[in-house]
Design a protein around this ligand. Structure first.
Ligand code: EPZ
Length: 423
């Protein structure tokens, strides 16, 4: 397994190109199952999760080819479709559950393995299945697989009230509703930019969708969908991650493709911490104003609140802040696994259930640390930028799921970061 070696260093300077969003591509790709016409995604990120989704769609009978160095996914599902999403692929990536809605909509039947839990939480699917049941799907759990069947072979439009603004459930129900008979309304829908990106792509395919980006989305079912070509929206989590980099060792970084509307409450927290963010014609320029960031309290919430996927990176920054910060993780039940690793580097963090209290320290020291999940991994690399000496982050396969060549992007702005090939 590869490791990443980071040497704490001086100010950063330069530009980082932000890739297409992993979490948009992972919901746009299953949309190919909704049509027999070709779907072409441009600006797709080159990540291991995209390869996993490719394998899953191919196992269902879709043709998926990536072209032009992997940034373009050409997909087509005109042939016969297999209805079973196998455990061996699904267990590797929770987003595999996003084939459930499209399979049910296209075929009237789906057998999808439950993804199982992951490091950050149990990750149940009750909001997905309750919503589909409202639309006339009969869903039974057998041998770890969800066996779903649409009554009469076709889903019906329904009013679906979500108990929580689940991103994946919003995506599954929205895709399922495009081919249902009648109108579906999703109340308390997720409002993330990836939801709007999916709706934009589905509209290009002929879907009738309105209200995406707000809490209530209306979908009028149509008989069939056509093909489309669609650019994957910029990755707001990669954007936020690299916007934080100058906070750790000073300097300034221009994030190419960055947009303020993608990062909601996050940018206000950067300003409170003492980072200067300005819009340029190519993206967002971030610089640290003083020698040390200020303490800031954070509560993770559904969009446009502070994103849970940037909590670990923010905690790493607050370890060095002047003052005490309180971070509340309200989306996932176990998303502080980066804390013990940061403590090994000299951070002063007290975790109590879903709340972490971070007392800022003047400096941190490099150490061998362990990546536990995708976003925790990158928070350790950022901490290494500020730490004295060397930090070696092990098990970086987590990292490769969500960040394209992170060491090259950081090297490009002057960071001393290299990948050590594992045995
Ligand atoms: C998406 O996961 C993202 N993944 C996650 O990013 C992100 O952290 C999450 O949304 C929240 O923003 C993709 O888009 C592929 P949820 P998702 O359904 O859809 C509970 C990353 O690092 N819940 O909004 O699975 C659930 O347990 C990943 O890129 C239910 O209880 O998130 C969690 O506590 C990590 N029942 C909360 O809701 C359900 O049926 C948020 O889940 C569904 C969810």
């Amino acid at each position: 397994m590869d490791s990443i070696l980071v040497k704490g260093g001086g100010p950063l300077k330069g530009q980082i190109e932000i890739a297409g969003a992993k979490n948009a591509a992972l919901t746009l790709m299953p949309a190919t199952l909704l049509s027999e016409e070709p779907l072409m995604l441009t600006n797709a990120p080159r990540l291991s999760d995209i390869k996993t989704m490719t394998q899953l769609l191919q196992s269902l009978g879709a043709e998926v080819t990536s072209m032009k160095d992997g940034k373009v996914q050409a997909m087509s599902s005109h042939g016969p479709i297999n209805h079973v999403a196998d455990y061996d692929i699904v267990r590797k990536m929770r987003a595999s559950n996003l084939v459930l809605g499209p399979l049910l909509a296209r075929e009237g039947v789906a057998v999808v393995s439950l993804p199982g839990g992951c490091a950050i939480g149990a990750r149940p699917m009750d909001i997905h299945t309750d919503g589909l049941a409202k639309m006339g799907a009969d869903i039974e759990l057998k041998d770890g697989y969800l066996h779903a069947k649409a009554e009469g072979g076709k889903l019906k439009g329904a009013v679906v009230d979500f108990p929580f603004a689940s991103v994946g459930a919003t995506e599954n129900i929205m895709m399922a509703a495009t081919l249902a008979k009648g109108t579906t309304v999703i109340n308390n829908a997720a409002r993330e930019p990836e939801i709007v990106d999916l709706a934009d792509c589905l509209r290009k395919m002929g879907a009738q969708i309105s209200g995406d980006g707000n809490s209530s989305i209306e979908i009028q079912g149509v008989d069939r969908l056509g093909g489309a070509t669609h650019p994957v929206v910029t990755d707001r989590i990669e954007l936020g991650t690299f916007m934080l980099a100058p906070a750790f060792c000073g300097g300034e970084v221009e994030c190419l493709g960055g947009r303020l509307d993608l990062i909601g409450a996050f940018v206000e927290k950067l300003a409170l911490a003492g980072l200067d963010v300005s819009e340029t014609k190519n993206g967002l320029l971030v610089k640290r104003t003083g020698d040390r960031v200020k303490a800031v309290d954070v509560v993770t919430e559904p969009f446009p609140g502070f994103p849970t996927d940037l909590q670990a990176q923010m905690m790493a920054m607050l370890c060095l802040a002047d003052g005490t910060s309180v971070l509340e993780e309200k989306i996932f039940e176990n998303r502080f696994m980066h804390a013990p690793e940061l403590i090994r580097m000299g951070a002063n963090i007290a975790v109590q259930g879903g709340t972490a209290t971070v007392h800022g320290v003047e400096k941190m020291k490099g150490a061998q640390v362990m990546a536990t999940d995708l976003r925790a991994s990158v928070s350790l690399i950022l901490a290494g930028l500020a730490a004295e000496g060397e930090t070696q982050v092990n098990r970086v396969y987590h990292l490769d799921r969500g960040y394209e060549h992170i060491e090259k992007k950081l090297q490009g702005v002057g960071a001393n970061v290299e990948r050590i090939k594992g045995v």
